[in-house]
Design a protein around this ligand. Sequence first.
Ligand SMILES: [Zn+2]
Length: 452
Amino acid sequence: MNESMFSVLLDVGRARRQGLSAIAQRRRARLDAMVTFARSNSPYYRELYQHLPERIENHTALPVVSKQELMRHFDDWVADREVTFTEVRTFVDNPELIGQQFIGKYSVAMTSGSTGTPGIFLLDRRNWAVTLALSLRMMMSWLSAGDMLRLLVRGGRAATVYAMGGHYIGATSYGAIRTKRAARRLRALPAQMPMRDLVVELNSFRPALLTGYASTMLLLAGEQEAGRLHIRPVQVYPSSEGLSSDGYKCIARAFGAKVRTFYAATECLFIAVGCEHGWHHVNSDWVMLEPVDADYRPVPPGQESDTVLVSNLANRVQPILRYDLGDRILQRPDPCPGGNLLPAIRLRGRAADVPTFPTERGEKVSMPPLVLEVDHVPGVELFQLVQSAPTLLRVRLRTAADADPNRVWQAVHVELAKLLTEHGLGHVSIKLAAEPPIPSSSGKYRTVIPLL
Ligand SMILES: [Zn+2]
């Protein structure tokens, strides 16, 4: 029952060698076990599943759950009767406890709620064993022998830049994996730190591996190109948040490093692993990922989904089963050229980040954030689009230090006007905002902020 990181690592290796049917068999068995566990230990799921047969033949028949619903029924949702919302709330309200264990058993991570209800998630030891095993496997798949050598020569230090001021997953993970021996080689820096200070810290720490929010990595790439930051990471891991491929190329070029991404959420830290062909391969022995439309009907490969349902097959304390994650994804219909047979997906942004505009004829047009990317315009360091009225888009712009802000703005305006016109939205006004891009409370920059 209680897998260690090594036993998980061995089993994952075995499953992947045996092929897709061995992987599917494990997923099925783990799903069965998780459903049985949830029914016996979580009053919320017991009630939710009460009309379903004892043995579930088809898991897509299980009702979908949402963060709002689960948070509303927090005390009944958790599968450990020792845990209450009131006590967990008191725990997360205390910043001195960041990275520590709640009642000596669980890590706690909250989500900022920038796009809805804030969530509070408990992560058990089994969840960490699976997360660490799959992360280790992911890193090994990314590092060539040459990379390993460079990593050792450059001191093997790793820096992460995430939100550190609250119980967010970056700080929680850091607390969970930090040991006395590892502390010297690991440095966690707050994403909210002023850029100047972040540059000083990174220059003195000289990380060989760098990870953090994609938007922060992009800003750091700008600092490196401007000559203020001079680090030599072997690899950079921006968390997947829908940066355009130009953005990733820009990071790779600035650091002369390989850029690899992964797809993770606080609800499930090991969803998928990026490959060199620009896709993410789902860890489908430990996670069930279902691309669905707005009515939760399955969406076939090759077609963009409205949202995605995730089932975390490792974390028992708060079962996550067919949970609406809110991300739009696209599954590749054909095999990925790298030979990896695991389902290949691409993240197309969060559903909550998709603005809808009225056309002049009164129809509605939705624009996925990736359509509205303008970071390839020379001189754009960071941008944020705010839909302030149904037909008004305000652009928060941060330009490179050596660029002429007026010129950059003119070029961005031309580009956005062209994109909108192509979608029949030529009547939408585009205005430059007085303020620069603003991060959410977790330090993350949303590219598009639709009208509520
Ligand atoms: Zn691939």
